[in-house]
Design a protein around this ligand. Structure first.
Ligand code: GN1
Ligand code: MG
Length: 356
């Protein structure tokens, strides 16, 4: 069977196949493969078909249940508040002929959602869009503050820095790729350890009962928001990593990409600084969005969160480097080491601005 037929057959579990004119690739995500479903008589896509990466998201049933709980909850609140244009403000996943929001074909999992009309994504962050992002991710958490159903931890310990440091220790011990003899690697181990105890503050506060977990997005990037043609935020997308976490996840991880003046894997460390204008705009929007629930302990530690995420990402890239590059896709042999250096530089810059 060719790919066209396969995709049509899969889509047919969700929509009337006679209405479909074409199915074409959409976007460039690294985790899931995404397609747009075109139907007769419409210029814009009608639906989005997605292949779910079940190597990363091993419990697809939990994944789709989490997303269903969250999107239903937001929709109900919008309806109660008579928000206009709800179908463009919250994702909607279609039920397949098996009654679920996903199907399993062979060994592969698939899902379909409505395409949000007249929407665009943005890649660059301006102070205005940083404010809007802070407001939108803050609003998103506020909307989910009273979800009653349990949301599963879809990737256990995803943003637990103590766990990530333990993974690093294991990698150092196993030295699977023989990379531990390198002097730079040894230096990084030392530098990471020097900051470990300060960076584990969140986990410590949680154990002491002072810091709650809340339902967070856990992949806050500017390209995980849809905007209308006028540049207003419509909707938060990429809901796969929604799970209980500290609010630090959504705050810190957004700034890790948005406030970096260089690239995540910039080989030229001179490009990498921490942009305080973006930080302040995002902070303003986030505090506005979360004012109904954010505790003082959370608010006071937002600068810590902005330092924690480059640190955690450096630890994760570095661990993968020592393990011989098994998790992140790399484009060249030293890529994970280049990423480690770049995230470490960003960590140092954030520390200088926020803790210095
Ligand atoms: C992965 O593929 P992407 O960019 O959505 C990773 C994030 C990292 C990011 C670093 C499930 O996200 O946690 O911050 O790479 N997602 C997962 O670029 O591990
Ligand atoms: Mg993602």
């Amino acid at each position: 069977m060719n790919e066209r037929n396969t995709l049509f057959d899969i889509a047919a579990h969700f929509v009337d196949a006679n209405t479909i004119s074409e199915i074409k690739p959409l976007g460039n995500g690294l985790i899931n493969d995404t397609y747009k479903i075109m139907t007769y008589g419409r210029e814009q896509p009608s639906y989005v078909l997605q292949h779910i990466n079940d190597k990363v998201f091993t419990d697809v049933e939990m994944l789709q249940r989490n997303i269903g709980i969250v999107t239903d909850h937001i929709r109900r609140k919008y309806e109660a508040a008579h928000v206009s244009d709800i179908d463009r403000r919250v994702l909607h996943f279609l039920k397949a002929d098996n009654g679920k929001t996903y199907v399993k074909e062979g060994e592969e999992y698939w899902r379909v959602m409505d395409f949000i009309t007249d929407s665009v994504t943005q890649e660059a962050v301006t102070p205005q869009s940083a404010y809007d992002a802070g407001r939108s991710f803050g609003d998103f958490e506020a909307l989910l503050a009273d979800v009653k159903e349990p949301i599963g931890e879809i990737i256990p310990n995803f943003h637990n820095i103590e766990f990530r440091l333990k993974q690093l220790d294991d990698a150092i011990h196993d030295d699977l790729a023989g990379r531990m003899k390198d002097a730079e690697v040894q230096d990084f181990v030392k530098s990471i350890k020097e900051h470990a105890s300060a960076m584990c503050l969140g986990e410590k506060l949680h154990r002491e009962g002072l810091l709650p977990k809340r339902i967070c997005h856990c992949d806050t990037k500017v390209n995980n928001m849809l905007f209308d043609k006028q540049g207003n935020v419509l909707c938060i997308i990429d809901l796969d990593t929604i799970m209980p976490s500290f609010v630090f996840s959504d705050f810190g991880d957004f700034l890790r990409s948005a406030a970096n003046t260089g690239a995540e894997d910039d080989p030229d460390l001179g490009n990498i600084h921490f942009n305080m204008e973006i930080y302040r705009s995002f902070l303003d929007g986030y505090l506005e969005g979360t004012k109904s629930f954010l505790l003082p302990i959370e608010r006071e530690n937002l600068p810590y969160a902005a330092c924690l995420f480059p640190y955690m990402q450096a630890v994760r890239f570095f661990t993968d480097y020592i393990n011989g590059d098994t998790y992140y896709k790399i484009r060249y042999p030293e890529h994970n080491m280049v990423r480690t250096r770049a995230q470490w530089k960003l960590f140092m810059e954030a520390m200088k601005e926020l803790k210095g």
